[in-house]
Write a protein that binds this ligand. Structure first.
Ligand SMILES: *Cc1c(COP(=O)(O)O)cnc(C)c1O
Length: 359
């Protein structure tokens, strides 16, 4: 029996995609082998990988002049790869600090560049994003980095920061493909796969061509954007199964009607849950309404002693993985693309019922 899985990542995937992967697992496209058992350099696999890239480009309307790379090492690997690829040693970079993932990106970057924290939302306990005009960007920064959606804190930028002529870099791990994005405003976009793209083990990097030749000496080849671009992300063996499933997800997203349709559904899901939280006496979300995440909704119970019962009863009702991140506690419901509206409706009706019985 399938449950509604609200995990933050690895996260729920569309049932249709899982069924297709199951159906063709043993004998992929008449090859007599699974997709995991064939060469990444075979014609069939190269065709699937190429198709995945084309679909991703269509979904995000990636302009010409950008490379799409599928790498390994997760978003955490990119925390190091970004400074290695974009900044010479001794250079500085601007970082916006909006929460746990920003902090991780900053501390890793500090091993490679001088980090200027151009906005710090610590005073609001990370329940806000900086106002567009409040960024203290430095002169001479190699790039400006921000976390488009804070998966743990549940804070999402409702706008794209203006970095003027300086390359803008975004960690979109937890909101990539959740709505259209003006890719042309970015130097680099990266996203780990296990939230909204597919299985863990893959990280998507979209990089503007003119940034491909800046890697510092010593950058490992597998994280060198130019070296990887030259080999179509196959300088070494890619995570073939993850890439194949990502391709199925991209196709599924196109079948849903593409990102404008998906975005409207995500908006409806988020409104439904935030509305239920705000309309109750038991549940609270601390994030400023203008920058509440549509993907990750943390909430607490005013009677925190009920948390254990809430989670246990939710689990019994087929609503799983609602515990908050181990760093912050409380609850968190992740509403990625693959979470159907019916899942959020079931959660909201459970929450109302729980409040009636325990509130
Ligand atoms: C999950 C996540 C990461 C870390 O991803 P890994 O693939 O585990 O390295 C980084 N940034 C954000 C915003 C995330 O949600």
């Amino acid at each position: 029996m399938r449950v509604f899985n609200f995990a933050a990542g690895p996260a729920t995937m569309p049932l249709e995609v899982l069924e297709q992967a199951r159906d063709e697992l043993i004998d992929w496209h008449g090859s007599g082998m699974s997709v995991m058992e064939i060469s990444h350099r075979s014609k069939a696999f190269l065709a699937a990988a190429g198709e995945a890239e084309i679909r991703l480009r269509e979904l995000l309307t990636v302009p010409r002049g950008y490379r799409v790379l599928f790498l390994q090492g997760g978003a955490t690997g990119q925390f190091a790869a970004v400074p290695m690829n974009l900044a010479p040693a001794q250079a500085s970079a601007d970082y916006l600090n909006t929460g746990a993932w920003s902090k991780r990106a900053i501390s890793e970057a500090q091993r490679f560049v001088k980090v200027n924290v151009a906005a710090d939302e610590a005073p609001s306990k990370y329940t806000t994003v900086p106002a567009p005009g409040a960024l203290r960007l430095s002169t001479g920064a190699a790039y400006v980095h921000y976390t488009a959606n804070e998966t743990i804190g549940g804070v999402e930028f409702p706008y794209v920061p203006d970095s003027a002529a300086v390359p803008l870099v975004a960690d979109m791990s937890s909101n990539i493909l959740s709505r259209p994005v003006p890719v042309e405003k970015f130097g680099v976009i990266y996203a780990g796969a296990q939230k909204n793209i597919g299985p863990a083990g893959l990280v998507l990097v979209i990089v503007r061509d003119d940034l491909l030749d800046r890697a510092r000496p010593g950058t490992p080849a597998v994280w060198n954007y130019e070296a990887m671009a030259a080999e179509d992300s196959m300088l070494n063996t890619p995570p073939t199964f993850a890439l194949y499933v990502a391709g199925l997800i991209f196709k599924w997203l196109q079948q849903q009607g593409g990102l404008p349709v998906v975005a409207a559904l995500n908006e409806a899901k988020a409104q439904l849950l935030y509305g239920a939280i705000d309309g109750s006496d038991l549940y609270r979300n601390p994030v400023a309404p203008a920058c509440r995440s549509r993907m990750n909704v943390p909430f607490t119970l005013v009677k925190s002693e009920l948390e254990h019962a809430f989670l246990a009863e939710a689990r019994a009702a087929g609503l799983v993985n609602l515990e908050g991140h181990r760093l912050v506690g409380g609850m968190r419901a992740s509403l990625y693309n693959a979470m159907p509206l019916a899942g959020v409706e079931a959660l909201v009706s459970f929450m109302r019922d729980f409040e009636r019985r325990h509130g």
